[in-house]
Every structure is written in structure tokens, then in C-alpha cells.
Design a protein around this ligand. Structure first.
Ligand SMILES: Nc1ncnc2c1ncn2[C@@H]1O[C@H](COP(=O)(O)OP(=O)(O)OP(=O)(O)O)[C@@H](O)[C@H]1O
Length: 306
């Protein structure tokens, strides 16, 4: 896959705060690349260094094979950035805003196409300030697309949107990938990372602590599923941990949850041991793991210094 963004050992400090420390990563053409992390993890600083809005203290940022420090103007023509709705004039009508922004660029996209993609046709005469959060976000996305960018940067695109508007935003972002664009998105919503992103970078306290597809990140915690059943008594956490392929045991008084790298083998072993030990295994379920759990596990581990 052709690399369109390359970061090598990029760091940024604000006084004594290390906002981003020694981050290296590559983003391929046509990917939806997610950056997730708790508050203050460095997501905005990282994405803004890719956009050329903040400069790195050390390391290199290359976008479309050009160093962002020496080619920032050229790169700006080829990228789109989602603006906060507060930076858009509320007293202007949507069509006026689109026209003004399109005059800023040498190269412009087919405005009719953007209006169709984002369903803005009926809102062109509305004042920006009168729109709901979801429609404002669509206008912001239209502005990010106005120069027909190769790379679109979206910092928290669905922040504050209701579930319907969020879903519509995801469909629009996926459509941008279909058009061959690369999307870099930061998010607090793990469901967004899981359903939208091809790969996800997990940041914690300025460091990149994991980078993989959502499926592989989930698989880090076992097979992406866990076996849950009622505690049969007369057993121990140690006995559960010794079952074949078990990588982690969640032990609450009433319920036992086993994370495994091979569910079938673990289940077979569990039933064999239950037979021998006269455990009565009740309420057995297979539960799907989510990015949310992966995220908590990874960032908590980092917090414990593991
Ligand atoms: N302009 C600034 N001046 C001083 N410190 C800053 C500045 N911008 C960010 N920081 C600090 O750098 C760290 C990383 O901030 P950043 O905004 O990049 O994180 P984030 O992951 O985007 O957080 P959030 O999810 O809360 O938006 C934080 O500790 C933050 O307080």
C-alpha cells in the first residue's frame, strides 16, 4: 500500500508536559486510520502535527512524500481539515459559506457533488447558526472536502451527535474512502473506532501503545470472545487459569469469565475437569469482546506502568 503519511520519532512538549513522545507510524492511501486515547493522551497534538498546524520539536512528519516543515503550503492544498463549528460564521447562509471557502483554494471540488453526498441541498439557504449539531457537522465536512483533498483529517467528527446523526456521519466517511481518499480520525468513541477504522492507533500519555486493526487489537485479549458461567463453587481462580489456552480469568464471586486463545479447546478442557471435579457449570455464554474493553485494558495497563 502506498504510504501517504509517515511519522518518524515525532515528539512535542508544552513546557514540562510531553504531549507526544517519539511516535513513529505510517498511514496508507485509502485507509480510515483512527487515533484513540483518554483525555490528554496527545491525539489532537498528533493530528495537528500531521495537518501542519503545530510543529514537532523533533522527528519528521512527511505528508504525500513531502516534509511538512518545508512544503506546508503545497500540502495544505491537498488536505482537508474538519473545522470546529465555532470557527464558521453563524450569520452566513450555507451556500455563502461554501462559496467563500471554495474561493480560498486553487483546486476545488465539484460543489454540486459535495452537496449531493452530504444531502445539503435543502439547507443551502439556511443560516449556519440555525442548524442542528448534525447539520452543522455536515457543513463542516463539506468545507473539509472543498479542495477535493487526498487526505481528510477529522478531529472528533461525531462529538455531540445523536446516534442517528453519528451513523450518517460514518456512512459519509466510508463513502470518502470509496472515493480513494485517506481519512485520519480521532475519537473518544470505541464503537466508532471499531466500526469505522481500518487500523487504530491507541495513545496514552503521549505514547503510541498499540497500533493494529480493530480485530487484531481485540484478539490481543484472547480470541475476541470470552466464556462466562456461574461459579460452580469448590473451584479456584488457579484451577481456572490452568485450563488449556486460558490467558486471563475474571473472577467475581458469582460469575467466572475466561479469556482464551482457543475457545473450543478451553471449553473441552472445562467440561472434562467439570466431570472429574463434579463442578456443575450453569449459565454458560460466549460473550463478544469490544474495542471498549481492549481500550480500557491497554490504557489501564499503561497507567499501572506495565
Ligand atoms: N497549547 C497547549 N499548551 C499547553 N499544553 C497543551 C497545549 N495543547 C495541549 N496541551 C497538553 O498536552 C497534552 C496532550 O493534549 P492533546 O490536546 O493533544 O490531547 P488529546 O488526546 O487530544 O486530549 P482530548 O481528548 O482531551 O482532546 C495534555 O496534557 C494537554 O493539557
Amino acid at each position: 500500500m502506498e504510504t501517504v503519511i509517515r511519522l518518524d520519532k515525532v515528539s512535542k512538549r508544552y513546557g514540562s508536559t510531553l504531549a507526544v513522545g517519539d511516535v513513529s507510524l505510517q498511514i496508507g492511501k485509502g485507509e480510515i486510520f483512527g487515533i484513540v486515547g483518554p483525555n490528554g493522551a496527545g491525539k489532537t497534538t498528533l493530528i495537528e502535527m500531521m495537518e501542519g498546524l503545530r510543529s514537532a520539536d523533533s522527528g519528521t512528519v512527511k505528508v504525500l512524500n513531502k516534509d511538512i516543515r518545508s512544503h506546508s503550503q503545497q500540502i495544505k492544498e491537498r488536505i482537508g481539515v474538519l473545522l470546529q463549528s465555532t470557527s464558521i460564521p453563524g450569520n452566513a447562509r450555507v451556500k455563502e459559506i461554501l462559496n467563500v471557502f471554495s474561493s480560498f483554494y486553487d483546486r476545488t471540488a465539484d460543489l454540486e457533488g459535495i452537496i449531493r453526498l452530504l444531502g445539503l441541498g435543502d439547507r443551502l439557504n439556511s443560516y449556519f447558526k440555525s442548524l442542528s449539531g448534525g447539520w452543522k457537522q455536515r457543513v463542516s465536512l463539506a468545507l473539509a472536502l472543498i479542495n477535493d483533498p487526498d487526505i481528510v483529517f477529522l478531529d472528533e467528527p461525531s462529538m455531540g451527535l445523536d446516534p442517528v446523526a453519528r451513523n450518517q456521519m460514518w456512512q459519509m466517511i466510508k463513502q470518502l474512502r470509496e472515493e480513494g481518499r485517506t481519512i485520519v480520525v480521532t475519537t473518544h468513541y470505541m464503537e466508532e473506532a471499531e466500526t469505522l477504522c481500518d487500523r487504530v492507533a491507541v495513545m496514552s500519555r503521549g505514547s503510541l501503545i498499540a497500533l493494529d486493526t480493530p480485530e487484531n487489537l481485540i484478539a490481543l485479549l484472547g480470541e475476541g470472545k470470552r466464556i462466562s458461567f456461574r461459579n460452580p463453587g469448590r473451584t479456584s481462580q488457579k484451577a481456572m487459569a490452568e485450563l488449556t489456552n486460558v490467558v486471563h480469568v475474571e473472577w467475581e464471586s458469582g460469575i467466572i469469565k475466561l479469556h482464551s486463545t482457543d475457545m473450543d479447546l478451553t471449553l473441552q478442557h472445562l467440561y472434562r475437569r467439570a466431570d472429574e471435579e463434579k463442578w456443575v457449570v450453569r449459565g454458560l455464554k460466549l460473550e463478544e469482546m469490544s474495542m471498549n474493553e481492549v481500550f480500557s485494558e491497554l490504557t489501564e495497563k499503561q497507567g499501572r506502568g506495565a
